[in-house]
Design a protein. Sequence first.
Lengths: 166, 552
Amino acid sequence: MPLVKDDALIQDNWTRLDDDAAMIDGPVVVSLERWLNERDVLASRNGALGVVLTSHETPEQIAGDLDRFSLVCLEFPKFTDGRAYSHARKLRERFGFKGELRAVGNVLRDQFLFMQRCGFDAFEVAEGTALEDWLRATTEISVAYQSAADRRATAMAQRQDACSTS
Amino acid sequence: MYRYDEFDHTLVAERVTQFRDQVRRRVAGELTEDEFKPLRLMNGLYLQLHAYMLRVAVPYGVLSAHQMRRLAHIARVYDKGYGHFTTRQNIQYNWPRLEEVPDLLEELAEVEMHAIQTSGNCIRNVTADQFAGVAADEIDDPRVYAEIIRQWSTLHPEFSFLPRKFKIAITGAPNDRAAVKVHDIGLRMVRNEADEPGFEVIVGGGQGRTPMIGHVVRGFLPVPDLLTYLDAVLRVYNQLGRRDNLCKARIKILVHETGVDEFTRLVEEEFAAMSRESPQVLPGGELARIRAYFQPPAYRDLREAAPTLDLALATDRAFAQWHAASVSAHKQPGYAIVTISLKPIGGIPGDASAEEMEAVADLAERFSFSEIRVTHEQNLVLPDVAKENLHAVWQGLKAAGLATPNVGLVTDIIACPGLDYCNLANARSIPIAQEISERFADLDRQHDIGELKVKISGCINACGHHHVGHIGILGVDKKGIEHYQITLGGDATETAALGDIVGPAFSGEKVTDAVDTIVAVYLEQRRDGERFLETYRRVGLAPFKEKLYASR
């Protein structure tokens, strides 16, 4: 599947490894279950490691291991399941995850801005997705009323700045 | 009232442009109805039985006369000449055409209004005491905080896809006119020992299929922590609220299944963590900026007594009757609060024609500093009327057909749109409301009965608030025939209670008789000065049940 990252449409060079698939070289993404079962093997191998959490698995379950992962994927089984927004913010703001945070599953342009604001920086999108749509989706609303993981200046903060400088 | 600054204007304008593109994609066939549905629902657009319905937010029920004129204009141009005020202080239009909705939204944006988050599983339009800022019993003005919550909740990146819809209500007064105990979050302003204002936070109330009275999770929340605390409650709910069953997805079920103590612990833990990592402490400057918009208008220095009013009351019985039902105490000497009934005898509760909206706007401009409120009981309010002008206001209302003197009385009925409009309903609500209204039309009788809140819902979703009606009426489907279950003793105020079911449901043609019987039992049982609710609480269900089912 194509990936949107850093305002570009790129090919994904990670391999999603099924729980029963043989280990391979190169960057691989495993399920939480496989990580928990094969922690030692996975930790000692060469090559970047990523983990995918379904929406009922929580950031707390990998909080102690985050330095092992350069990629965390959070799954949206349906776009209406909004748990991963909270999980993303906790990974960024509470557990300080600095690697790639990728939205996977039912990832639609109309939620792109919300995801970005919650700390996602990579988005697995459907084949044929036009980059312009994605770029527009993140810029069509320019005002943020809430502080979130993206640390955009909120309307409230900008009003306070305007008061103190004028 | 609050006025948009550049940020507010920009966001609403951008949202209209975004939605215009979404409608364009739908009309062009780039989006299926299934794909379009979640997008339109984020913007208050429902597909009803006959047509689209657009719900427009009236933030915390506050409107200017200018905005009311625009609502009238929209009713005329985009609808069939009327609008419907709802139990969430909003207004609905039942006949907009999809292609025209973006234009309609643009007209709203011009007067600083929108339809953002009036539907969908997100934080809905915050509601408040309709007497905010003018009530004599107020601790602090809830509009200041309601506006802060309006902004915070708008396009919240983390909480736009919750398990289910989420409703917040706020009151600044001990007398609860905002029904805060039956909301997902209810905020009640209180003072601590140091006399600082803060909030009592009540979580997990609600109506619908499983009605519940909310629980206090925080007795005193300091004002600066408001948004961080709301974020914490919402985060606990977003992560743990049930998503496997739509009927069990509201926060009340989570609170119930988790237990209040454990739920409170989870919220407090999240609040402590968020206070460290992403606090949204309300800056004093922002509070002051918003509070400045809600300064009292330029009241004249009046005496509390108004001799011209007293004379009119003594000589004009019809005026006196209206006054008794419609006028409430104001904190400013010489002023009064006027509630305008949108419940004409035999009419549709909450409906207002374009002409009626304009008449109200006109009276607000002449007599109430151009301000209007919408109540959750589907009426309107002129909040700042000098007592000496009450007679003139009444005459103006009478000329517009808006002087029905029944506020708080048996014909001031709340009803949802029911099966006449809504595709969720099991039964009609409006014709039942109309029939009860006709039956009790006699004014002397209504005033003799006194305060009595009748609330009708066409299905278990309880949009007509039947659970908290003194008399609640719920439409049910019995083998394809509309029936109505009756509850007694519900209460949405600070003494909140859910109604008790009297017994088997009544068929449509027997409902009004049943209400009549209930009223007769009350009149027979009541002691001096007792309101219906007080009598009910004293005597209980038995005498009502006995009479209602005597002939069966």
